[in-house]
Design a protein around this ligand. Structure first.
Ligand SMILES: Nc1ncnc2c1ncn2[C@@H]1O[C@H](COP(=O)(O)OP(=O)(O)OP(=O)(O)O)[C@@H](O)[C@H]1O
Ligand SMILES: [Mg+2]
Length: 260
């Protein structure tokens, strides 16, 4: 089912540490287990997604940085890596990506660099899942410009719930100025902890808030340290320990995602 139905997904939230990277790596891996051809794109100079897939960031290796700053010289395929898992490819990050914003400051069309790069390969994949840094930088804007949809991880914590408003404002600006076609396809509750009242309360608020309830995934990603362990081992949790809560939650999320 590759071709024009390729789902091009930004995973974003300006708030840090809400589970963006965990969602990119594990939703991507879970979709590949379901038989989809998946390309993961790491647009965060912190490169946690790249390491989380067991790929070393090499000083002289090609990365998304080279493609967006020097696209005339390199084809997207040259920078895409296979991973240890069939059907799961990666366009890696590089530390130099943090300088891309300054390098591109005078370039026309700088918001659309990633979009142009991905148009070369989109037909090869069923989904392209893109990680973003926790800020509204040129890198994040490139991801929004390339995306057809946005998945928003939201920690079940009061600050994260509050910050959703700002994110929704940002997205309406993006729709007006950069990409009229981007839609919010889902909010994923993360770090859910059934034992704490605040976590249960915030989930309930998300479920009843008219602004968010129709977008909310039924699957909440529970707090599960196996997710961090698997990341440290350079393996998505669905390949690291299939019986863990983390693996089960991300598999359930993938099935919901496929159905939307
Ligand atoms: N469901 C979870 N349970 C426990 N730990 C988790 C869970 N999801 C993510 N983590 C861990 O919490 C930390 C932050 O998660 P993650 O890196 O995915 O967030 P992020 O939004 O990408 O952060 P940043 O904004 O810095 O990019 C990481 O150490 C990650 O392994
Ligand atoms: Mg991250």
């Amino acid at each position: 089912m590759a071709g024009k139905h390729t789902r091009i997904v930004a995973v974003a939230n300006e708030k840090g540490g809400v589970g963006k990277t965990a969602t990119v790596v594990n939703l991507g891996a879970a979709l590949s287990l379901e038989g989809w051809n998946v390309l993961i794109v790491d647009m965060d100079p912190q490169h946690n997604t790249t390491s989380g897939l067991g790929i070393d960031v090499e000083d002289d290796g090609l990365s998304v940085y080279d493609l967006i700053t020097n696209g005339a010289e390199y084809a997207a395929k040259e920078a895409i890596c296979a991973t240890q898992w069939e059907k799961l490819h990666l366009l890696p990050s590089h530390i130099d990506l943090s300088g891309a914003e300054i390098e591109l400051v005078d370039e026309a069309g700088r918001e659309n660099r990633l979009r142009e790069v991905l148009s070369q390969v989109a037909d090869d994949y069923d989904a392209i899942i893109m990680d973003t840094p926790p800020s509204l930088s040129l890198l994040t804007i490139n991801v929004f410009a390339a995306a057809s949809e946005l998945v928003v991880p939201c920690q079940t914590h009061p600050y994260a719930y509050k910050a959703l408003e700002d994110l929704f404002d940002t997205i309406s600006d993006i729709r007006e100025e950069i990409n009229p076609d981007i839609r919010i396809s889902g909010i994923v509750p993360t770090f859910f902890d059934q034992r704490t009242k605040i976590s249960r309360d915030i989930l309930e608020r998300l479920q009843t808030d008219d602004r968010y309830k129709d977008l909310l995934y039924d699957t909440a990603i529970r707090v599960n340290t196996t997710i961090t362990d698997s990341c440290d081992q350079g393996r998505p949790v669905v390949f690291y320990r299939r019986s863990s809560y983390g693996a089960r939650d991300y598999m359930a999320l993938a099935r919901e995602f496929m159905a939307r």
